[in-house]
Design a protein around this ligand. Structure first.
Ligand code: NAD
Length: 358
């Protein structure tokens, strides 16, 4: 076996059904008494339920900030921070997907407050020390161990309301973390185990959820898979696929999970010829029934999920393809296959047009 380095991210994870009820106990464990609750405008009812749960346990929330926005714009963070300054909050609770958790991270790194995450999508941000923020149409990312949320409560019950389409794309977003972890330059046997198990759990459960959105067993498996894939994202470096989605999301304001879903087969097909036989097989076998061919497995999965396959459907214009490829090539980053501008432009063009990956 090759020597390797594996960094364990120190966070406490509570997983299961009905686990939200453990929130008061988790705050008490940390001697926290006054959290600011964060959510998007679409999830105020879940945030209000958190507030009542705390009040029932004699914990008075410091307040509620309900304007979390995708891609963590810095003006929204500034507004939340100014609300925070007028409150005696000693902690942050983010209930929602990656957008809300991103806001929690942005506030936590600025204030040092403990951050408890209650994820309701499969995006995986809760498992990472990474924060992406958008200012003046540019999304920049930084990584700092202090960004990693201290406590994560996964409650399957909260994912039951995630709409079917969003469940599918958010699940593929999670798969994308595991796919890139499997060929990361700094991969190791532990993240590869997590990646393969995470892909398998999601590839098995997402088609069931799409047919039967209230299937509890499938929901449980999907959240479990999302946790594992998020752990991959938080541990090893990502490559071409994440760079492209970061560019398309941050600079062209495309929706995060849907963009990941459309780009992943193209980015994987680009990198596949440069992967070792071992990595190719491990990835291929993670997709049930794919005969060891990961691109085939992914294409079949997306077919079953009935997701949109073109970026133009989300408003990307043909003339943006050139600019997106320029931004994606601006800075070097590790990738299994050499990045060639014309070929990267073709990857984006195919994703824009919704052509099959090859
Ligand atoms: P999101 O958080 O924007 O959620 C999408 C929509 O679904 C929102 O309106 C949200 O309120 C709603 N929603 C979420 N859960 C729901 C539920 N259970 N029931 C009903 N509605 C629900 O989407 P996302 O894809 O989870 O997150 C995207 C953002 O997260 C992007 O900004 C992305 O960059 C970031 N992200 C960051 C990391 C990281 O490690 N830093 C990782 C993944 C994603």
């Amino acid at each position: 076996m090759e020597p390797f380095v594996y960094t364990v991210n120190p966070s406490r994870v509570v997983f299961g059904s009905g686990t939200l009820k453990q929130l008061p106990r988790e705050l008490q464990r940390l001697s926290l008494t006054s959290p600011l609750i964060l959510c998007t405008p679409q999830q105020t009812s879940q945030a209000n339920a958190v507030a009542s749960l705390l009040r029932d346990a004699s914990i008075a929330p410091a307040g509620l900030f309900e304007k979390a926005t995708m891609h963590t714009p810095t003006n929204v963070t500034a507004e939340a921070q100014s609300q925070l300054a007028s409150l005696a909050a000693d902690s942050l609770i983010s209930i929602g997907g990656g957008s809300t958790i991103g806001l929690g991270k942005a506030l936590s790194i600025r204030t040092g407050l403990h951050h408890i995450c209650i994820p309701t999508t499969y995006a995986g941000s809760e498992m990472t020390p990474i924060l992406g923020e958008t200012e003046d149409g540019r999304k920049t990312t930084r990584s700092d161990p202090k960004i990693l949320p201290g406590t994560v409560i996964y409650d399957v019950d909260l994912t039951m309301t995630l709409p079917t389409g969003m469940s599918a794309t958010s699940g593929v977003n999670a798969i994308a973390h595991a796919v890139e972890a499997a060929y990361a330059v700094n991969r190791n046997p532990i993240t590869t185990l997590l990646a393969v198990e995470g892909i398998r759990a999601l590839a098995e459960s997402l088609p069931v959820i799409v047919k039967d959105t209230a299937n509890r067993e499938a929901r449980e498996k999907a959240l479990y898979g999302a946790w594992l894939c998020g752990a991959c994202l938080g541990t090893v470096g990502m490559s071409l696929h994440h760079k492209l989605c970061h560019t398309l999301g941050g600079s062209f304001n495309l929706p995060h999970a849907q963009t990941h879903t459309i780009v992943l087969p193209h980015a994987l097909a680009y990198n596949l010829p440069s992967l070792s036989e071992e990595v190719r097989l491990k990835l291929g076998r993670a997709f049930p029934g794919a005969d060891g061919d990961a691109v085939k497995g992914l294409n079949e999965l997306l077919e079953k999920l009935g997701v949109e396959r073109s970026l133009k459907a989300y408003g990307l214009k043909e003339e943006d393809v050139e600019r997106a490829s320029e931004i994606a090539m601006e800075r070097e980053y590790p990738n299994p296959r050499k990045l060639v501008k014309e070929e990267i432009r073709e990857v984006i063009r195919r994703a824009w047009a919704g052509e099959p990956a090859r």
